[in-house]
Design a protein around this ligand. Structure first.
Ligand code: NAI
Length: 280
């Protein structure tokens, strides 16, 4: 039995890169797929139907079922239309993978409001805009569901020149944690993938020069399939890192800290700061 037999999955930004790898892997495991992609350039400009259509063709030629959707995730109307495409084509939605993304990198001194808004809108607002109607349908269906978000080390750890992107990806992490708590009572799990993959978004990065082929997006897809399947029915609120052959987890932890009666003075805090900050 294939892992996603009978399931309906929506994958945003599935026309290329990691989203395309997710779509092909989900279809191989028996899911019917909505291949959403606005078809932009890496900075979010332009639109094209070609990449979503190409992935739909690839899936159907391999014997799977898929339909395209060309809406932007970045508006509520777009999100609702993306989810509606699954309902109209396949009658339900079981899995949503929020993957669509763009970059507008600049150091903070040169970061403009326009660059900030564009990146926050596609990543953070886009995750909200698709998740909101998806969860409404999942709750009405009463059969649980899977939400798989996409964060980044830029949001969880930080990276130079990505204040807009890092803020969006950290926001997605916070949304993931809260939704995991809120939705578990409906059997809906909410997890986050933290990928590292050679795509057009990352092909210029020094870390990929000469070793890029070891970091193909097809390494990321099995984590998404796992999280979408019944194998992961008890896993929620987690951040799974994957790149090349390495799979890991990201976590936020509170240190044991220090205690005293009454109010600490700044000098007392300075005296104990290593104990306060030290996790291990
Ligand atoms: P990519 O550029 O190859 O694919 C992104 C896709 O999203 C494109 O096909 C694009 O047309 C689509 N898209 C852009 N704006 C859209 C919108 N408003 N509505 C619908 N579709 C839209 O990039 P890649 O690398 O595959 O990235 C996928 C996700 O993984 C993104 O969320 C990215 O931030 C994240 N990520 C990627 C990493 C990597 O190493 N490649 C590292 C960390 C996170």
């Amino acid at each position: 039995m294939r892992l996603l037999a009978g399931k309906v999955a929506i994958i945003t930004g599935a026309g290329q890169g990691i989203g395309r790898a997710h779509a092909l892997a989900f279809a191989k495991e028996g899911a019917r797929i909505v291949v959403n992609d606005l078809g932009t350039d890496p900075s979010g400009d332009g639109v094209s139907r070609a990449c979503a259509d190409a992935v739909v063709d690839e899936i159907t030629q391999a014997g799977g079922q898929a339909v395209p959707n060309y809406d932007s995730v970045a508006t509520m109307a777009g999100g609702e239309s993306i989810i509606r495409t699954a309902i109209d084509a396949f009658g339900k939605i079981d899995i949503l993978v929020n993957n669509a993304g763009i970059l507008r990198d600049k150091s903070f001194g040169n970061m403009t409001e326009e660059m900030w808004d564009a990146v926050i809108n596609v990543h953070l607002k886009g995750t909200f805009a698709c998740t909101k109607p998806a969860v409404e349908h999942m709750r009405a269906q009463g059969t649980g569901g899977r939400i798989i978000n996409t964060s980044s080390t830029s949001g969880l750890i930080g990276n130079f020149g990505q204040s807009n992107y890092g803020a969006a990806k950290a926001g997605i992490a916070g949304l993931t944690r809260v939704l995991a708590i809120e939705l578990i009572k409906y059997g809906i799990t909410v997890n986050c993938i933290v990928p590292t993959a050679l795509t057009r978004m990352t092909e210029e990065l020094p870390m990929f020069q000469g070793v890029g082929q070891k970091y193909g997006p097809e390494h990321v897809a099995p984590v998404a399939v796992f999280l979408a399947s019944d194998l992961a029915k008890d896993i929620t609120g987690k951040f799974v890192g994957v790149g090349g052959g390495r799979i890991s987890a990201f976590d936020v932890r509170q240190t044991p800290g220090v205690r005293r009666e009454g109010i600490w003075t700044p000098h007392e805090i300075a005296d104990r700061i290593n104990e306060i900050l030290n996790v291990w």
